[in-house]
Design a protein around this ligand. Structure first.
Ligand SMILES: NC(=O)c1ccc[n+]([C@@H]2O[C@H](COP(=O)([O-])OP(=O)(O)OC[C@H]3O[C@@H](n4cnc5c(N)ncnc54)[C@H](OP(=O)(O)O)[C@@H]3O)[C@@H](O)[C@H]2O)c1
Length: 246
């Protein structure tokens, strides 16, 4: 029977890479994003790919996704990937309510509401939740207090949900990417020269001496999802060239 995966933030970067991987394997794939143009482009490149608009900052955004799973997939959902996210570099002196609410809504509140709505489906499939957090949720990084605390919180959500849901047969794990080549910094509004400076300084701190690729993250996420692994839950897996152990 076909397996189905819902990937939030599938319109770019890591989420897009995961969508392509599971699409190529013949899974049913539903991706979300806010950028209609990118969603349509991916839908035309991958016939049969399902796309829905979804904005973590707005209320009740999970409802159309839950309805889609019930109606189009007859309630069959195998994996939920909470991947949608964004970064903002802000020193504590400049932090403000809007940024804090944006970070916590995107990385904590929206994933919690979506996971909650998907439990009935994942119980039926003995499925999995993957939360895409960050090495910054493990290792403190300057100017990233809102983002880092949100991702650290996401890692704790992973462990608590894993405990709560084990008896239902649902596994929950986090992937914690290190600096990975995606449009995330450009999408945060940083100009190319600043992005280049950040990339260079990050590279210098990574023990394996290179930034990650989307493929690095996809390969390791797929290990958790589709390698026959069935006895791993509540884990936060750094995929970061070793940066979180420095
Ligand atoms: N790249 C890295 O170095 C890195 C490192 C550690 C962790 N991560 C994490 O990996 C995940 C994916 O990031 P990426 O690097 O692939 O970034 P990306 O290329 O910018 O993709 C981010 C995705 O999240 C979606 N998104 C962002 N804010 C959203 C919101 N408010 N509501 C709904 N969707 C939203 C975007 O959709 P639209 O643009 O269509 O709105 C896009 O599909 C994020 O959670 C990020 O924190 C990335």
């Amino acid at each position: 029977m076909q397996k189905n995966i819902l990937i939030t933030g599938g319109s770019s970067g890591i989420g897009e890479g995961l969508a392509r991987h599971f699409y190529d394997k013949g899974w049913g794939v539903l991706i979300t994003g806010r950028n209609k143009e990118r969603l349509s482009k991916l839908a035309s490149e991958m016939p049969g790919l399902h796309v829905l608009e979804y904005d973590s900052l707005k209320e009740d955004q999970e409802q159309p996704l839950i309805q889609f799973i019930r109606q189009t997939w007859n309630g069959k959902l195998d994996v939920l990937v909470n991947n949608a996210g964004h970064v903002a570099l802000t020193p504590i002196q400049a932090i403000n309510r809007v940024e804090l609410e944006t970070m916590y809504k995107t990385h904590l509140i929206a994933p919690s509401l979506l996971a909650s709505g998907c439990i009935e489906f994942l119980t039926a499939s003995k499925g999995q939740i993957i939360n895409v957090s960050s090495s910054v949720g493990i290792k403190p990084s300057s100017q990233l207090s809102a983002y880092g605390s949100a991702k650290a919180g996401m890692n704790m959500l992973t462990k608590i949900w894993a405990l709560e849901l084990a008896l239902l047969g649902i596994r929950v794990n986090s992937i914690a990417p290190g600096p990975t080549d995606t449009p995330v910094l450009a999408n945060a509004g940083l100009p190319p020269d600043v992005v280049q400076v950040i990339h260079d300084s990050e590279r210098a701190t990574i023990p394996l001496q290179r930034r990650g690729s989307v493929e690095d993250i996809v390969v390791n996420t797929a290990l958790l999802i589709d390698s026959g692994s069935t006895w791993v839950t509540g884990v936060v897996l750094p995929v970061d060239g070793g940066i979180s152990i420095t």
